[in-house]
Design a protein around this ligand. Structure first.
Ligand code: HSE
Length: 302
């Protein structure tokens, strides 16, 4: 006996400037996962697309590991596990590839085993695995989320802005692991920098919620992670300046980087070209994507 399910999970951009480990946006770039469970057989993992040569196809695979966690939680076991991944989200670039893998594994395993866990349960599990909720929450629920962790529970608020907002993501041609990008962060930050970020995070959420995007230019400023990470991304300041000069509403590091993100309602291609050119001026080859907000989050397809 076997059961098969195919799911799609969006990539995400986390932090949105000052909202470190709290704010995230689901983007229209996706990883698909087809999971087939059988009572007999063995583990087979196939990977196509982004990161195909880098993603382990044995029991070190994160999707397999999180599927085991669902089995434990719902009290089921399968010998035959066939995992087929088709990835669009670039690996270790700040677009939530690891969150998408975790959410895809949890979501697919839950559906395949009878849907006993709610999306809120999956959020708690995904947050515990990832360590912070800012990517996994929008990957599960879509839209823009702002989240907190209270004990073992992640609480979130989700919304979609009332006006169209594009994200232009400049993707440089090098990886940066979240682990490495967190290693450079300080243990403590000055009180005035904390106040700087609190005030701007509140404004970012208000501006996005109300569609008052004119605030984004200064609301997206950050003092608690971007300045410490800037040396890891050659040309970061110039790429930001280029995007703003070409008409972007505001700019930020996407998650832990190295992708840089600009928000705009129009002139998206010009903004993208400007960002890529600024990276090139720093001897970094890059490409750009113009993405929308994904409003669905993790879903079953086909
Ligand atoms: N909030 C996280 C960070 C996002 O900036 O380290 C990356 O997963």
């Amino acid at each position: 006996m076997s059961v098969s399910v195919k799911v799609r999970v969006p990539g995400t951009t986390a932090n949105c400037g000052p909202g470190f480990d709290a704010v995230g946006i689901a983007c229209t770039i996706y990883n698909d996962l087809e999971l087939t469970l059988s009572t007999e057989g063995s583990l087979v993992i196939e990977v196509e697309g982004e990161g195909a040569s880098l993603i382990p196809t044995d029991d070190k695979n994160i999707v397999w590991q999180v599927i085991q966690k669902v089995f434990e939680k719902v009290g089921k076991q399968y010998q035959g596990i066939h995992i087929k991944m088709n990835n669009q989200i670039p690996l270790s670039r700040g677009l939530g590839s690891s969150a998408a893998a975790i959410v895809a594994g949890l979501f697919a395993a839950n559906v395949a085993t009878g849907n006993t866990l709610s999306k809120d349960d999956l959020l708690d599990m995904a947050t515990a695995i990832e360590g912070h909720p800012d990517n996994v929450a929008p990957a599960i629920f879509g839209g823009i989320t702002t989240s907190v962790v209270e004990g073992k529970k992640a609480r979130y608020l989700r919304f979609v802005p009332p006006a169209k907002l594009n994200m232009i993501v400049a993707i440089p041609d090098f990886n940066l692991s979240t682990h490495a990008a967190r290693q450079v962060l300080p243990e403590t930050v000055p009180f005035k920098d904390a106040v700087f970020n609190i005030s701007r995070t509140a404004l970012v959420i208000g501006a996005l919620c109300q569609g008052e995007f004119q605030h984004l230019r200064y609301a997206l400023a950050d003092k608690i992670h971007q300045p410490y990470r800037e040396h890891l991304i050659p040309g970061m300041g110039q790429v930001f300046d280029a995007a703003l000069e070409k008409g972007a509403l505001g700019v930020a590091l996407s998650g832990a980087g190295p992708c840089l993100i600009a928000f705009a309602q129009d002139r998206c291609e010009e903004v993208g070209f400007g960002m890529v050119e600024a990276f090139a001026n720093n001897q970094i080859s890059a490409k750009y994507l113009v993405l929308d907000i994904d409003t669905e989050g993790a879903r079953v397809i086909d």
